[in-house]
Design a protein around this ligand. Sequence first.
Ligand SMILES: Nc1ncnc2c1ncn2[C@@H]1O[C@H](COP(=O)(O)OP(=O)(O)OP(=O)(O)O)[C@@H](O)[C@H]1O
Ligand SMILES: [Mg+2]
Length: 326
Amino acid sequence: MTDTAIETNGLVKVFGDNRAVDGLDLTVPAGAVFGVLGPNGAGKTTAVRMLATLLRPDGGTARVFGHDVMAEADTVRSLVGLTGQYASLDEDMTGRENLILIGRLLGFRHQAARTRAEELLEAFGLTPAGDRLVKNYSGGMRRRLDISATLMNTPRLLFLDEPTTGLDPRSRNQVWDIIRAVVSYGTTVLLTTQYLDEADQLAGRIAVIDHGKLIAEGTPGELKSSVGAGTVNVRLRDAAQRAEAEKILAGVLAAPVIPGPDPVRVTVRVPGHGTERGAAEDAAKALSALAASGIVIDDFSLGQPSLDEVFLALTDHPATPQEDAA
Ligand SMILES: Nc1ncnc2c1ncn2[C@@H]1O[C@H](COP(=O)(O)OP(=O)(O)OP(=O)(O)O)[C@@H](O)[C@H]1O
Ligand SMILES: [Mg+2]
């Protein structure tokens, strides 16, 4: 079916005795961002390289828009873009020259390559830097140029392998805007990331992989619900009422208080937030119990579990990216 961008069945890649990808079953719907989350060494890049036909699978099958990555590698290659694949940017050329050259290599006539280069420079906020040598670009500008190079010929499927790792928050946001724009033009994006907030912000669906296997898949909301725990947060008018408020909340919600430094804030972890109904019931119970005891509150909120908590629950290790020696 054409509305499936990627389908893998039992995909395997072995390096020596290391099963880097170990029987991966993945279905990626077309037309959105699909996030692949996993810690260092989970097998994300290896999986992407197989899907982009750069690495030969040792077992299982993988199809891209219905085309087998091994039997129909040329067709697959014509449908996908991988950041870094074509984008062997020449440091001693300007950003504009690089894009025009890549366009020429892809078979564009000079004027068409030029026009496309201008569009991309504009779209990626690189017009003012278009005449600068790439070796003088900042990390964020470089990353944006990398992505724009892969977009010279609009691929149906774009692989972005950790496109924002190491970027400052502003550059990250710019890359996020680009990804949203790419999807709005109809390209499916497979995004690998170690940043859960990134997947949360961008991805319609997320696959969590660890040790080469799929361990969870769903919308960000579904993944959060699967962990269940959320929080009830209360800000008290009077810090002197804190001990009593903690006692009441812990009792009525039958849940532990999470210690925190703020003397007027009480946070209780509750299991009931897998569903909206559970959250609403917790909220009602908490508010009426506090009101009945004469405890005045200034603010009240319900917190969903973060994807970080989801990740920890699923993998037994946190998703904190380690600093790469760059
Ligand atoms: N060319 C290779 N030769 C041997 N082992 C490899 C090779 N490429 C990857 N590996 C190993 O395969 C496993 C998966 O690596 P991979 O790069 O796919 O992980 P990743 O999820 O992309 O990690 P990261 O978040 O650090 O990029 C790791 O144990 C890695 O050491
Ligand atoms: Mg990787």
